[in-house]
Design a protein around this ligand. Sequence first.
Ligand SMILES: [Zn+2]
Length: 131
Amino acid sequence: MALPLPAISPETAAFWTGGAHGALQIMACNACDHRIHPPQLICPQCLSRDVAPIAASGQGTIYSYTINHQPWIPDLKVPYALVIVDLDDQPGVRMTAMLETNDLGEIAIGAPVTVDFEHRGDVYVPFFRLG
Ligand SMILES: [Zn+2]
């Protein structure tokens, strides 16, 4: 994929490294059970600082997608698909990531997807596969 790697911060560390254990880590508020994504250390719903990452199933449904044909940076392989996924067991969480497939024509709104991880440097970049 060759996209630049993210910087790891205290709020994003679990998200970017959870793939080491095969887990998609989503921040959750212990005070009100709100799911927080992108990850933050303060709940935007109740302002509690009692937040911690939890493991999501990694199963989801495509809410929307786009196929990119423009190589915005050197060595970026095109075309590629970006998807916005509703995570099945994390109500209200929509996650944007790349989708890996050999047939971009198979991508459809409503299609089920499963998370996987690409290990690069210190991070495990989540992406999705169909199915
Ligand atoms: Zn909260």
